[in-house]
Design a protein around this ligand. Structure first.
Ligand code: FAD
Length: 637
């Protein structure tokens, strides 16, 4: 298969403008004739749905939660990047573009990233106009702070609740359109299948999670904004409902899945503390603006951190990376924390933690300043661990946080299935092998507010559509298949719970396809996953039935997909014989243990094609060309 990314011709600065001009417009009167389905009400979905409806399309939007406001995006803490250069510290669209391409270890498309940097400034204006209460400085201007992988302050924030405030902004736009009857909201619905007619995406099959009813919905195009798949590891910072099922359905219907092994492990999470835990908590990257990361210099140190003198502390990030210090990108910070713990210098009861210390910042700026900046995060840490971070350093350890891989999309955010668009964390597009902090919100909102409204019009005007409705045979067949799958699951009536099997999968993935991978481990995972999948289909126990609210059933349907995705992730990790960003192959590292890329053989996107349940997927390659940024070994020293 020849992958066409549809990147416009011309110099990088003009590509998006030129493309928007060349895309055919849909006459306002004709927009009313089109219906678009949006799956997901996080930042990517809510922004897309409200903008599409505002411009005249009819929109149906779906989410798992009881309210669009409960999408996982609400958890985002630290901020959103934009190249406004308000602090006058040297930022520009070009610098944001450069930092993002470099941060992603040169495994993202230049043209997409440049467009993202351009649009970043529109997002801030748009959100301010909506009333999003970004932090402001004394004079009333919008405040900025720094995030990893950048030497300028370009992150806009609303204390540690940026996602919540942005989502409330998007939700208010969405609500306006719901009130105008341009958007029809379907809460408590889970996508079970995507319906293709004449090879175009024309609708979806969903389960009503309260009544169990299986419903069919038709449209002229479908937008998936269904989030990331970090929960394949069971323990992650993602919301409990986050899943891969919508994206996986797209894959099984013919969309390609790109770079599935690129997982972001976030360096500052509250460490795992027990075996019955089902969720990990992130401590925002913004904390690394003022917190200093360290471990004791001596192995076997037993004193409390406050009692360890300065001279006996190893501030390893400041030492090793003097230019960026504690603000190195996430992949670099995570690997260094692991390295210190592997050396035996880890702290806390499990020895799988390092300190994040605010004493110097408190002395320098005063406790009130630190409270204003991070108060809610400190409170959250105290509530979870019972320790007061104003007095004693936080303990942190890397955890699964974000997935850079996802459904392959072209420059228009369309997958290889005509009419199936994918936005936000569900697509693979802009972050390469490592996402810089504060750029997921930027991407989700760029996709939804400013890209999809144009590119979907281009598709609609250049395509022809048969008159169809949900009585079409394809809808009937999809519905029957979805019902059969549910009944098969319920009939197993085995002995193991969904969480029990999911935990086992998580352990396999963390051990063999986690922060560091090697050929031997990946091959082991390739043996373990299929037998666990078989165990699932033969021994799963799902209490209750299908015609009722049944969370075990919901989780089982999602786990069935995770058990397939995990294998694809391992195939992808095995094939990529290099280290880059969130993908660290132990066989490929520099003498200083940094990721060693192989640009000659792997400067590309790997996009996987489904070939049926019992066949190996085939892989396709989209070469990456760097005409504006020079490929170089990433250095944060
Ligand atoms: C704790 C935490 C903090 C973060 N902080 C930041 C930050 O400060 N800055 C930053 O840039 N990024 C941050 N991120 C990342 C960022 O929050 C996410 O990448 C982003 O919010 C994803 O948005 P989304 O709209 O793509 O998906 P989501 O917000 O995950 O929304 C997915 C939507 O799809 C729906 N859905 C999913 N599957 C189905 C299905 N099968 N059927 C129907 N509906 C479905 C869900 O109900 C939901 O409405 C953080 C992430 C975490 C976990």
């Amino acid at each position: 298969m020849q992958l066409n990314s549809n990147i416009p011709e011309g110099v990088i600065q003009d590509k998006w403008d030129k493309h928007r001009f060349e895309l055919k417009l849909v006459n306002p009167a004709n927009k009313r004739k089109y219906t678009i389905i949006v799956v997901g009400t996080g930042l990517a979905g809510a922004s897309a749905a409200s903008s599409l409806a505002e411009s005249g399309y009819n929109v149906k939007i779906f989410c798992i939660q009881d309210s669009p406001r409960r999408a996982h995006s609400i958890a985002a803490q630290g901020g959103i990047n934009a190249a406004k250069n308000y602090p006058n510290d040297g930022d520009s669209i070009w610098r944001l573009f450069y930092d993002t391409v470099k941060g992603g270890d040169f495994r993202a498309r230049e043209a997409n990233v440049y467009r993202l940097a351009q649009i970043s400034n529109n997002i801030i204006d748009h959100c301010v106009a909506q009333g999003v209460p970004f932090a402001r400085d004394y004079g009333g201007l919008l405040a900025n702070r720094s995030f990893g992988g950048a030497q300028v302050s370009r992150t806009f924030y609303a204390r540690g609740q940026t996602g919540q405030q942005l989502l409330l902004g998007a939700y208010s736009s969405l609500s306006r359109q719901i009130a105008l009857s341009k958007v029809k909201m379907f809460t408590r619905r889970e996508l079970l299948d995507i319906v293709l007619i004449n090879d175009q995406a024309r609708g979806i099959i969903v389960r009503n999670l309260v009544s169990g009813e299986i419903e069919s919905h038709d449209a002229h195009a479908v937008v998936l904004a269904s989030g990331g798949y970090g929960n394949v590891f069971f323990l992650s910072t993602n919301a409990m409902n986050s899943n891969v099922s919508a994206a996986w359905n797209a894959y099984k219907k013919g969309a390609l899945f790109a770079n599935p092994c690129f997982t972001q492990i976030h360096p500052t999470c509250i460490p795992v503390h027990g075996t019955s835990q089902s969720k990990l908590t992130l401590m925002s990257e913004s904390l690394r603006n003022d917190g200093r990361v360290w471990v004791p210099k001596d192995l076997g140190e037993t004193r409390r951190p406050e009692d360890i003198p300065e001279s006996e502390r190893d501030y390893y990030l400041e030492e090793k990376y003097p230019s960026f210090g504690n603000l190195v990108p996430r992949d670099v910070a995570s690997r260094n924390a692991k390295e210190k713990c592997d050396e035996g210098k880890g702290v806390g009861p499990t020895k799988l933690a390092v300190y994040l210390d605010f004493q110097e910042a408190i002395k320098r700026d005063g406790i009130e300043t630190i409270k204003k900046k991070y108060g809610n995060l400190f409170q959250m840490y105290d509530q979870i661990t019972g320790e007061d971070p104003y007095k004693t350093p936080m303990m942190i350890y890397p955890a699964v946080h974000y997935t850079m891989g996802g459904v392959w999309v072209d420059y228009n955010l369309m997958s290889t299935i005509p009419g199936l668009f994918v936005t936000g964390e569900a697509n693979f597009s802009d972050h390469g092998a490592n996402r810089l902090g504060a750029s997921a919100l930027m991407q989700g909102l760029a996709d939804g507010y400013f890209i999809i409204p144009y590119t979907i019009g281009g598709y609609l005007t250049s395509s022809s559509f048969n008159e169809i409705n949900t009585d079409h045979q394809e809808f009937k067949d999809s519905k029957t298949k979805a019902i059969e799958k549910i009944q098969t699951l319920l009939k197993v009536n085995g002995k193991r719970t969904v969480d029990d099997i999911h935990k086992e999968l998580g352990k396999i993935m963390w051990e063999y396809c986690g922060m560091a991978r090697n050929e031997e481990g990946l091959n082991k995972a390739l043996n373990l996953i299929p037998s666990l999948r078989q165990e699932f289909w033969e021994n799963i126990k799902i209490p209750g039935n299908e015609s009722d609210f049944n969370q075990s059933l919901e989780k089982a349907i999602r786990l069935a997909d995770f058990l397939e995705l995990s294998e694809l992730m391992v195939h992808d990790a095995l094939l990529r014989e290099e280290s880059c960003g969130g993908h660290f192959r132990e066989e490929h590292q520099t003498v200083e243990n940094e990721a060693k890329r192989d640009d000659e053989n792997f400067c590309h996107v790997t996009a996987w094609q489904y070939n049926g349940r019992d066949n190996k997927p085939s892989n396709h390659i989209e070469p990456l060309f760097f005409e504006n940024v020079k490929l170089s070994q990433r250095s944060y020293k």
